[in-house]
Design a protein around this ligand. Structure first.
Ligand SMILES: N[C@@H](CCC(=O)N[C@@H](CS)C(=O)NCC(=O)O)C(=O)O
Length: 213
């Protein structure tokens, strides 16, 4: 059976769980904390990051590489578009939102959620304020021009939609919600993605794992 190394709550591991559920592929979770620098884990993923997917002889890191592999190995139901230009855009959105957007959202999540919980320390509100007021808005302005007012980026729900939304799920655990009066399309997409059955199922398990009421 496919194995996923990771933990509930990671915006990247979430993408892999949703992709596997969406495609109806059974999997086993091997609990692996990020930042553990676990020597055994570093043998299969030298970056030490989660997720890692093991499928038979194949061992892969990086959520976008993993999700694209799952799409190639199990094309139906599709999680990526077929059209060449749309496929390229899907990779761009996944890279942008798994990169800079995720980094900023993780800053909010780490400071306001993980730091008090795991380290019993107060958040650095100056840093959080800078992310919310200065760093995130230009990215949200851009996404607002890319995201439809209704439905999903390529019509049906796909990995692009989850890739855009996943970092904001983590920020929402830390009390940050995208301002729907300023970025209505992005806020609407977040709500629609969260309402997808395959996303809801993973978020429910995640809420339990994170002790969210
Ligand atoms: N580009 C990677 C990023 C994965 C990532 O940064 N995962 C975080 C957890 S949310 C992690 O494992 N961080 C540990 C580290 O950076 O050492 C992906 O898409 O899978």
């Amino acid at each position: 059976m496919v194995k996923v190394y990771g933990v509930h709550g990671s915006p990247f591991v979430r993408k892999v769980f949703v992709a596997l559920d969406f495609k109806g592929i059974p999997y086993e979770i091997v609990a692996q904390m990020p930042f553990s620098r676990d020597a055994e884990y570093l043998k299969i993923n030298p970056l030490g990051k989660v997720p890692t997917l093991v499928d038979g002889d194949l061992t892969l890191g990086d959520s976008k590489v993993i999700c694209q592999y799952l799409e190639d190995a199990h094309p139906e139901p599709a999680l990526y578009p077929q059209n060449v230009a749309e496929k390229a855009m899907a990779r761009w959105y996944e890279d942008l939102c798994g990169g800079r957007v995720a980094e900023l959202a993780a800053g909010i999540f780490f400071q306001r959620f993980m730091r008090p919980l795991a380290f019993k320390q107060d958040p650095d509100e100056e840093l959080v304020g800078r992310i919310i007021d200065k760093d995130l808005p230009p990215l949200l302005d851009y996404l607002e021009t890319q995201v439809p007012a209704d439905g999903f980026v390529f019509g049906d729900f796909m990995m692009t939609d989850l890739s855009i939304v996943s970092p904001f799920v983590n920020a929402s655990y830390a009390g940050y919600e995208v301002d729907a009066s300023r970025w209505p399309a992005v806020a609407g997409l977040i709500a629609r993605v969260k309402a997808q059955a395959c996303v809801q199922a993973v978020l429910a398990k995640e809420a339990e794992a994170l002790g969210l009421g």
